[in-house]
Design a protein. Structure first.
Length: 304
């Protein structure tokens, strides 16, 4: 039993470390994405690369990492809960419902994503508010100050959950498809070309795992497909989370209102999909680093 208790802790740590590594790699792209998605007035006339150049000029290089502290505090439990919940849900769905194959991966992935989001949503809210601020116009002084302000000014606990609906609706296809695509690519790859793509796991020679670069590639493809499907909901979530900070917040109270408003104001490409190209650039290394770190941590902590 002792081993099993520590198994929880070990997979918690593996998921958390994987999440933190992935997010720090792409933090500058994350900040730029938030500035673009919600049309921050300092940068709204710029594209992706010009914003990446403009932020350090205006706010120094650390400006690219604004909100990253809150992100780390959120992403450790998020990554950990997601990877742990995924394993647990997979067992439950297999045993209780008797569903296996790719479908149980899809279901478990979605449920794990939703669980992780609900548990860590207030931290996401705070991070977005911090990342949207531009030097010289600070409304929030730091993580704790932002928590206090949102709590007192925006209706207590409910204030922290604005935009949860599009997040959950977008999460199901996003988490589902990324685990589904990754799992499918992995099993096809290992079945078709075990010698070319696979190698024995370091901690359990009977288990075949993907070679690192193949892992990176599969993680990247999985991320890209999942992103495209759920991107407009991501834009919606950001808008709703920024609510009080944006000038047109009363038009973006519900998910449907927000989607309509963004579509009418900015159209599909400049509205619902604004910042998507950046998302690919950001998402592919991020997913790839996450899956690869997780697979390495699993071997390092003997989880196979």
């Amino acid at each position: 039993a002792a081993r099993r208790d520590f198994y929880w802790l070990r997979s918690f740590i593996a998921g958390g470390v994987a999440g933190c590594c992935a997010k720090t790699t792409t933090a500058p792209l994350d900040r730029v994405k938030i500035l673009l998605q919600a049309h921050n007035h300092h940068y709204k006339h710029l594209g992706v690369f010009s914003t990446l150049r403009a932020v350090p000029k205006k706010e120094g290089y650390l400006g690219l990492y604004k909100g990253n502290g809150a992100m780390m505090i959120r992403i450790f439990p998020y990554g950990a809960i997601q990877f742990m919940a995924f394993d647990q849900y997979k067992k439950v769905i297999k045993k209780q419902l008797g569903i296996s194959g790719h479908v149980h991966r899809l279901m478990a992935g979605s449920m794990a994503g939703i669980t992780a989001v609900i548990c860590t949503y207030p931290l996401d809210m705070v991070r977005v508010r911090l990342a949207f601020q531009v030097k010289g116009e600070h409304k929030y002084m730091g993580i704790i100050h932002a928590f206090k302000m949102i709590y007192t000014k925006e209706g207590g606990v409910r204030g922290f959950y604005r935009g949860l609906m599009p997040t959950v609706v977008g999460m199901a296809p996003y988490a589902g498809f990324s685990f589904f695509t990754f799992g499918t690519l992995k099993s096809i790859g290992l079945a078709q070309a075990p010698n070319l793509l696979g190698r024995p796991s370091l901690d359990n020679p009977d288990v075949l795992v993907l070679k690192t670069h193949v892992n990176l590639l599969c993680g990247g493809i999985a991320g890209a497909i999942a992103q495209t499907i759920s991107y407009p909901l991501d834009v919606t979530r950001r808008r709703m989370q920024l609510g009080a900070v944006l000038p047109d917040s009363e038009k973006c109270l519900t998910m449907v209102q927000t989607l309509k408003y963004v579509y009418q104001q900015h159209g599909i490409r400049r509205g619902l999909y604004r910042g998507l190209s950046l998302n690919y650039i950001r998402c592919i290394p991020s997913q790839a680093v996450a899956f690869t770190t997780y697979e390495l941590m699993k071997q390092f902590l003997h989880l196979n």
